[in-house]
Design a protein around this ligand. Structure first.
Ligand SMILES: NC(=O)c1ccc[n+]([C@@H]2O[C@H](COP(=O)([O-])OP(=O)(O)OC[C@H]3O[C@@H](n4cnc5c(N)ncnc54)[C@H](O)[C@@H]3O)[C@@H](O)[C@H]2O)c1
Length: 252
């Protein structure tokens, strides 16, 4: 697959799934804008791309800030001339199991603002540009937790389920304008979010692996492969889908 001359934006590009996907886009020839709230990590991804011979730009972007999200898309168009692919992936999860009735309003707002409204902010800016171009592909990161429930994860599950709804609705809004929009629903993936995060998370991941038919965690590169494919011409008749990449976890 070649994305030579195409322009890709990846949010949460400083770590885990986002970093792996930014590197994968760049390897296929895409001009890649790495967006992250974490400057050092995001710049490191951009350096890794440049060191491997690719072209990258880091733009510090907090997806909870509308001005920064709009500026991210403006920067992609200013620097690279257009926007072909967007991976809206920045996300946070609560570290501890918090039963619904004990979840504070601040914690609910924190998670929903990044994981759901952040995706909405990004899509809004991206769709404006892609509609103008009459072409584009967007992939949003949901989670298998957006399809099933997770104990102590009410805000996260609600936000990730919301991403699936957003994806389907936006896919219908923009299908006639040449823009395809899909979501991915990863199962347990080895990233800083899940590995050595906290004893509670480690325990949760062990349970998740035990319930995963393929019997292991996934790798960030396995998610990157799916995102690249969904953005490619090989997926030209796919829109509005929420695709599980979970080793079979969601089937059980
Ligand atoms: N790792 C898993 O098992 C798993 C499973 C399902 C879904 N996901 C989802 O995949 C996405 C990536 O997760 P990951 O595992 O790579 O985690 P990660 O913690 O390694 O990476 C998340 C990145 O998002 C960035 N980020 C956080 N808040 C931000 C904000 N407000 N604005 C911009 N950037 C922000 C972080 O700085 C970090 O670089 C998340 O949406 C997560 O919910 C992960």
């Amino acid at each position: 697959m070649s994305f030579q001359g195409k322009v890709a934006v990846v949010t949460g590009g400083g770590s885990g799934i986002g970093r792996a996907t930014a590197l994968a886009f760049a390897q296929t020839g895409a001009l890649t804008l790495v967006a992250d709230i974490a400057r050092v990590a995001g710049e490191e991804t951009a350096h890794l791309i440049e060191r491997a011979g690719g072209k990258a730009l880091f733009v510090k972007t907090d997806v909870t800030c509308t001005e920064e999200v709009d500026a991210m898309v403006v920067a992609a168009v200013r620097e690279f001339g257009r926007l072909d692919c967007a991976f809206n992936n920045a996300g946070v999860v609560n570290r501890d199991n918090i039963p619904l009735a004990e979840t504070s309003e601040a914690e609910w707002d924190r998670i929903v603002d990044v994981d759901l409204k952040g995706v909405w902010r990004c899509m809004r800016a991206e769709c404006r540009q892609m509609a103008q171009q009459q072409t584009g592909a967007i992939v949003n990161t949901s989670s298998i937790m957006g399809k099933v429930g997770g104990p102590g994860l009410a805000a996260y599950c609600a936000a990730k389920a919301g991403v699936i709804g957003l994806t389907k609705s936006a896919a219908l809004d923009y299908a006639g304008l040449g823009v395809r929009i899909n979501a991915i629903c990863p199962g347990g993936i080895s990233t800083p979010m899940t590995v050595d995060a906290s004893p509670t998370v480690t325990e949760k991941m062990a349970l998740l692996v035990a319930a995963t038919p393929l019997g292991r965690m996934g790798e960030a590169s396995e998610i990157a492969d799916a995102v690249i494919w969904l953005c490619s011409e090989q997926a030209s008749f796919i829109t509005g889908q929420a695709i599980a990449i979970d080793g079979g976890y969601g089937v059980c």
